[in-house]
Design a protein around this ligand. Structure first.
Ligand SMILES: Nc1ncnc2c1ncn2[C@@H]1O[C@H](COP(=O)(O)OP(=O)(O)OP(=O)(O)O)[C@@H](O)[C@H]1O
Length: 246
């Protein structure tokens, strides 16, 4: 198995996939993950990068409990509450924005919709329906819905893809602040290695399918204080790991 956990850091969540295959349209089986272990620390921001089709979304769906047709197990010993943000916002079209967020939140939790809407910049559309929102707004609502439950583990599948630069930057900032304050663990899939370096404290580099962990890179210095030299050194490490995979 690959992907041994960090020595000395207690794991809060662990995904073990002995084998996961999808059945393609022509009925052939595509092995996406095999002998794969990913351990996540408590309170870490882990970014996952890897080639298209290597199995990142499949892994997140398994972690979220949305795909159970695999051989392996997901350990969540601390019963972390999971928040999930998909590539598509997936809001309920027959509920307005405020209702979409409220529905996600357990009844016992305080209503934090107004605060999230304020921080993520969508207060003016709380009573609108998803079909009336731009993609950027729908993405903000989708992120707010995941944050509304105060997740212990936040699973993000390219949450900022195809947003304009300013919107993506704003959402990244809110995300980093929110998870920094809450002490949640984040597992974020992204194609954007510079985004990953800007947000994460651990970068995991995956191989082609079936995905193997090529490198688990602890990023130096707190985010926000990384220099251009830091970024270049990390990029070189990523390229080296990818080169070893041939
Ligand atoms: N439901 C499915 N049925 C059949 N094949 C699937 C299914 N879901 C994914 N696949 C295939 O499994 C492989 C891994 O898909 P997955 O979406 O996990 O990759 P990914 O790394 O997230 O890709 P991308 O970066 O392009 O989003 C791909 O070859 C994909 O075509």
């Amino acid at each position: 198995m690959n992907g041994a956990p960090h020595a000395g850091v207690p794991d809060a969540f662990e995904i073990t996939v002995t084998r996961k295959a999808h059945v393609a349209a022509d009925a052939t089986r595509v092995v996406v993950l095999q002998d794969f272990i990913l351990s996540l620390p408590k309170s870490g921001f882990v970014a996952l990068i890897g080639p298209s089709g290597c199995g990142k979304t499949t892994l997140l769906r398994i972690a979220a409990g949305l795909d159970q047709s695999f051989v392996g197990k997901v350990r969540n010993p601390e019963a972390l509450r999971l928040g999930v943000v998909f590539q598509e916002p997936r809001l309920l079209p027959w509920r307005n924005v405020a209702e979409n967020i409220a529905l996600a939140r357990p009844a016992a939790m305080p209503d934090n919709t107004a605060d999230l809407a304020d921080r993520l910049g969508f207060t003016s559309v709380l009573s609108r329906y998803p079909s009336e929102l731009s993609l950027g707004l729908a993405r903000r609502v989708s992120l707010a819905r995941a944050l509304a439950i105060d997740p212990g583990l936040l699973l993000l599948d390219e949450p900022f893809v195809s947003l304009d630069g300013a919107s993506a930057d704003r959402l990244r900032e809110v995300l980093a602040q929110t998870v920094g304050q809450s002490g949640a663990t984040v597992l974020m899939v992204t194609h954007d290695v510079v985004e990953a370096i800007g947000l994460a404290d651990t970068l995991i580099v995956l191989s082609e399918r079936p995905a193997r962990i090529l490198a688990r890179i602890a990023l130096p210095a707190p985010r926000g204080r990384r220099t251009i030299e830091d970024t270049e050194a990390i990029l070189a490490e990523v390229r080296k790991a990818q080169a070893t995979a041939g």
